[in-house]
Design a protein around this ligand. Structure first.
Ligand code: C2E
Ligand code: MG
Ligand code: MG
Ligand code: MG
Length: 288
């Protein structure tokens, strides 16, 4: 891809070449800052986990939590996981970082349960590369044993690109299901997984990508897509969550489709563990 950009830039002439090489140098600098920083971030404890509530759309009550990683970089400030996770995948640090997130979330979940608080479900994002590492299932098994967090309340979120290799994902999912954990397909609708493949895998939940949710209720294409995904999930016996709900009209439209669960700023931003505790009391009122 880099050499294609180079060739294209050369074709465009001298200024184009300078422009592109400058941009490529910028990208390389950023990558180096991130890669070197990631090595230090683990040992210097610069990572944190926030938790975003999910809501039952029928009554707006808390139905689950998603663990979301944050990196507080000493000089660059807060860096989004969308920027550094791909770098961690490329330089092979994702296994270590992912294991830390899973352990931190399960420890916290177990602490809340021990305090008598409600943690209906705890979702942890796992990158495809991390899930494909040979001892992934063993690591999850060890963390569940070590923390005591109930496997039935743990959900693993992975994007639909895992489905490209059906045999492999069937073997993996089957082993994870045997532990008792649930499996969700994240950002659904952005990949190209065929519906028949989805049917052949033990998937508990589909999460509708927020780009479709955010175009609701005006965009006809997004309305049809959401409707189709909700019906698909229903006919396959899977649960469905809509991500990125920001407005009441988005919430109402999804509820009218009988989408059972929602997540987004309308209900809550991702919160630190201390800010979240009050929302986990057994008789806590609706999120919005
Ligand atoms: P995701 O798993 O799809 O997570 C949802 C993202 O949407 C989060 O972004 C969340 O903060 C954001 N979000 C939630 N509600 C709204 C809303 O109403 N409006 C808008 N505009 N955004 C909303 P975040 O935390 O920046 O994470 C981005 C992505 O990074 C995640 O997308 C996930 O793919 C990845 N990620 C986060 N934590 C981890 C992790 O521990 N491991 C791995 N492998 N990936 C992670
Ligand atoms: Mg997710
Ligand atoms: Mg998502
Ligand atoms: Mg996403």
């Amino acid at each position: 891809a880099a050499s294609n950009a180079m060739r294209e830039a050369k074709r465009r002439g001298r200024n184009g070449y300078l422009f592109y090489s400058h941009r490529m140098a910028e990208q390389m600098r950023e990558r180096m800052v991130l890669e070197q920083g990631l090595l230090k971030a683990m040992e210097q404890q610069q990572f944190r986990v926030l938790y975003q509530p999910m809501a039952d759309l029928a009554n707006n009550r808390l139905s689950g939590l998603e663990a979301l990683l944050r990196w507080q970089h000493p000089s660059e400030g807060m860096i989004s996981p969308a920027r550094f996770i791909p770098v961690a995948e490329q330089c092979g640090l994702i296994e270590q970082i992912g294991e830390w997130v899973m352990r931190t979330a399960c420890q916290q979940g177990q602490r809340w349960l021990a305090q008598g608080l409600t943690v209906p479900r705890l979702s942890v994002n796992v990158s495809v590369r991390e899930m494909q590492s040979p001892d992934y299932v063993e690591r999850v098994t060890a963390i569940l044993a070590e923390t005591g967090f109930p496997a039935e309340r743990l959900e693993i979120e992975v994007t639909e690109s895992i489905i490209q290799s059906v045999d492999q994902s069937l073997r993996l999912f089957t082993r994870l299901k045997a532990l008792g954990v649930q499996i969700a397909i994240d950002d659904f609708g952005t990949g190209f997984s065929s519906l028949s493949l989805l049917k052949s895998l033990p998937i508990d939940r589909i999460k509708i990508d927020r780009t479709f949710v955010q175009a609701l209720p005006d965009d006809k294409h997004s309305r049809e897509l959401c409707r189709t995904i909700v019906h698909l999930a229903d006919s396959l016996g899977m649960a469905v969550t809509a991500e990125g709900i920001e407005t009441q009209s988005q919430r109402q439209f999804l509820q009218s489709l009988r989408c059972e669960e929602g997540q987004g700023y309308l209900f809550s931003h991702p919160l630190s563990k201390s800010h979240l505790a009050t929302k986990l009391t057994p008789h806590c009122s609706a999120l919005c």
